[in-house]
Design a binder for this molecule. Structure first.
Ligand SMILES: NC(=O)c1ccc[n+]([C@@H]2O[C@H](COP(=O)([O-])OP(=O)(O)OC[C@H]3O[C@@H](n4cnc5c(N)ncnc54)[C@H](OP(=O)(O)O)[C@@H]3O)[C@@H](O)[C@H]2O)c1
Length: 334
């Protein structure tokens, strides 16, 4: 399988990474740790070498204890640690019933130690600042990351949900290798930053690339998600208005999928993989079949002309309006 290079490093990654979050966070009851770990091992066996987690990805187990996604990932990568590229994140902390941004150097240092312990490793390949902290200058965060690199605790760093000015200031102090932003056929706002990514040699790690499963076309009717820790329920695409709003986009993707003998999820992922050699989506799934389906999107034959055709059709749908509505929902880290 084709490999991609992570930003301005020599680190090789699979063209599709595995978003591990949903195994234990934000999609209802967490999987049991051993089961989640088995899914991660299965993903590696089929060709995934890029795994994404975060310090704050936690859920509540049926017995009331906390499930840490990093714990499950740590167990899943035992025995393959040096063969995979491991990404985790800091800077968003649980404070009782809410989450807080905290990127002070002392907090980042405490966070990396906790992550290394849960992940059962002595280094992280890609360490993200999960959200910008308005109280800490980008130079201060970048300097902390530079020190962690020198100490061998991280190999590269990235920022999630970032704008140009902050990115440039951080990059000037310690080169940023990846930006993790939301990106999908119905949410293309980050395309504004493409010239910057290209100029600075940054990989775009596309999160929520299937709009939480919506773009797979699996929902013929508007679904409801009742579990209190399933944050799909608050998403615009799953609201009555959103469900109708995006039907045209779904029809477009369905048509291309039929033409290419691929699934809709594969078309959505191939659309970004083939668009730029520096885009790597990280879809999440609890199903090993869908893991394989998503990874195989790297083989879907979407040409440059197909991508232009899809983009032009999407442009005519004015989906940015809906994306703006979606952003009004609490978007902290889920
Ligand atoms: N940096 C950030 O702030 C941030 C925010 C959100 C997410 N992330 C990262 O991005 C990763 C992915 O994002 P996400 O989980 O929010 O959204 P996503 O990958 O767009 O969607 C996940 C959902 O799609 C379904 N799905 C996956 N593949 C499918 C397929 N081939 N066919 C049908 N359904 C499919 C999954 O259901 P099943 O389990 O039933 O397959 C799951 O419900 C996360 O795991 C996390 O690592 C980062």
């Amino acid at each position: 399988m084709e490999k991609r290079i992570l930003g301005n490093t020599n680190i090789e990654i699979s063209p599709v990474g595995l978003g591990c979050m949903g195994l234990s966070h934000a999609f209802g009851t967490p999987l049991e740790k051993a089961e989640a770990a088995d899914k991660i091992k299965a993903a590696y066996d089929m060709g995934y070498t890029f795994f994404d987690t975060a310090e704050c990805y936690t859920g509540t187990n049926p017995d009331g204890t906390t499930a840490y996604n990093e714990d499950a990932v740590g167990q899943g990568i035992k025995g393959i640690r040096d063969k995979i590229v491991l990404a985790t994140k800091c800077g968003v902390l649980h404070k009782g019933d809410h989450l807080e941004m905290d990127s002070r150097p002392e907090t980042i240092r405490k966070s990396i130690e906790g992550s290394l312990k849960r992940l059962q490793t002595d280094y992280v390949d890609l360490y993200y600042q999960h959200r910008v902290d308005p109280n800490v200058e980008p130079e201060v965060v970048a300097e902390t990351m530079a020190q962690l690199k020198k100490e061998g605790k991280i190999r590269a760093w990235g920022i999630s949900c970032v704008e140009e000015d902050y990115l440039r200031r951080a990059h000037a102090v310690c080169p940023v290798s990846a930006v993790q932003n939301v990106y999908s056929v119905i949410d293309r706002d980050t395309e504004r930053l493409f010239p910057v990514f290209e100029e600075l040699g940054i990989t775009l790690v596309a999160f929520t690339p299937l709009a939480k499963g919506f773009l797979s076309g699996r929902y013929s009717e508007r679904p409801t998600f009742d579990h209190p820790e399933d944050n799909r329920s608050g998403r615009f695409q799953f609201s009555e208005e959103g469900f109708q709003y995006y039907q045209q986009a779904l029809d477009l993707i369905r048509g291309i999928a039929e033409e290419k003998t691929a699934s809709m999820a594969q078309v959505c992922l191939a659309w970004m993989i083939r668009k730029k050699p520096w885009i790597v989506p990280i879809p999440g799934t609890r199903s090993t079949e869908r893991m394989m389906e998503n990874l195989s999107s790297a083989y879907v034959d979407l040409t440059a002309e197909d991508i232009v055709k899809i983009d032009e059709a999407l442009n005519r749908m004015n989906l940015a309006d809906a994306a703006a509505k979606r952003m009004k929902k609490p978007e902290i880290v889920k």
